[in-house]
Design a protein around this ligand. Structure first.
Ligand code: GLV
Ligand code: GLV
Length: 324
């Protein structure tokens, strides 16, 4: 029999067809996250899973998944997968880096501009019928051109954001686990310690993957180091930020505004304190959501799964130790 593959959300027809060439395929067709019981049941039968960032692949699931050989996530981040358990069970895990870097950088820059120039708030103002007069300081925001941007997490996406920032004549600072001399040279970026970056930047852009080291990376102490005019942008994962500390920083004017694509709880509940603030721009985890990029990610996730199940190889394995 052909290997059995379960896909946790509807992806492009083209990519499902590609899977069907090699496997018996079942796609979860409903427009909601697969219920836990069904995911557990499917994982027990499946040779391969093609999953989304909303699926929780923990040790309980992995330990019951007797046939499972590969997990392909249609995302660059894989903090939703217990990588250690997967590796112990010999399960290959793959992600989709690269294809989404430019689209995510576009969104990041758009969120930065929307937050700095209060575009979303201004749009609400017009739609709510509040535009009854004009005044010189109406919806006045922060300058982007010539400002200092501090990028935390200088991976492919960070680099693509820095490239956009050069078009705005921004001074580019970055913090990363490893220094990136080639990026420093190419984009005129300067390395800073985290604290230095927080103190000097007008825009602080968080792009780091979520790991034990980056959980709660930005909290009370970090917000206190920022300028009172600082704009904070998070496009990584919600858990990298202490949301209560962010709320306090915004309410007490320790920072100026925040643009958030990610939250600790997603979907973020409508009564979340951060959503009550005028100077917060909230969007629903859509960093890489361009039509073309989502199609490319689906194709890449499919090819990763085919490679992993058939060749026991793939250029996008995140737990490379599994092959040893
Ligand atoms: C989105 O957040 C991703 O990790 O691809
Ligand atoms: C994503 O591709 C990153 O490395 O930032």
């Amino acid at each position: 029999a052909k290997p059995y593959v379960f896909v946790t959300r509807k992806i492009s027809e083209e990519s499902v067809e590609l899977l069907k060439n090699s496997f018996e395929v079942k796609v979860w067709e409903e427009d909601r996250v697969v219920p836990r019981e069904i995911l557990l049941e499917e994982a027990k039968k499946a040779d391969g899973l093609l999953i989304m960032l909303t699926d929780k692949i923990d040790s309980e699931l992995i330990n019951q998944a007797e046939n499972l050989k590969a997990i392909s996530t249609m995302a660059v981040g894989y903090d939703n997968i217990d990588l250690q358990s997967a590796t112990e069970k010999g399960i290959i895990v793959t992600n989709t880096p690269g294809v989404l870097s430019e689209a995510t950088a576009d969104l990041t820059f758009g969120l930065l501009m929307t937050t700095a120039r209060r575009i979303s708030e201004a749009n609400r103002y017009v739609l709510e019928g509040k535009w009854t007069k004009w005044s010189p300081m109406l919806m006045a925001g922060q300058d982007i051109y010539g400002a200092t941007i501090g990028i935390i997490g200088m991976g492919r996406i960070g680099e693509a954001v820095a490239k956009r920032a050069t078009g705005f004549d921004m001074k580019i600072l970055y913090h990363n686990r490893n220094r990136r001399p080639e990026v420093e040279k190419k984009l005129n970026a300067e390395y800073r310690s985290l604290d230095e970056l927080l103190k000097e930047s007008d825009f602080i852009v968080l792009l780091t993957p979520l790991t034990p080291e980056t959980t709660n990376l930005i909290g009370k102490r970090e917000f206190e180091l920022m300028k009172s005019s600082a704009v904070f942008i998070n496009v990584s994962r919600g858990a990298t930020v202490d949301e209560e500390a962010l709320y306090d920083a915004l309410i007490n004017k320790k920072i100026w505004a925040a643009g958030l694509d990610v939250f600790r709880q997603e979907p973020v509940p409508i009564d979340h304190p951060l959503l009550q603030l005028e100077n917060v721009v909230a969007i629903p985890h859509i960093g890489s959501a361009s039509i073309k990029t989502r199609k490319n990610m689906a194709i890449m996730a499919v090819n990763n799964l085919i490679d992993a199940l058939i060749k026991k190889e793939s250029p996008n394995i995140v737990n490379i130790e599994v092959l040893e």
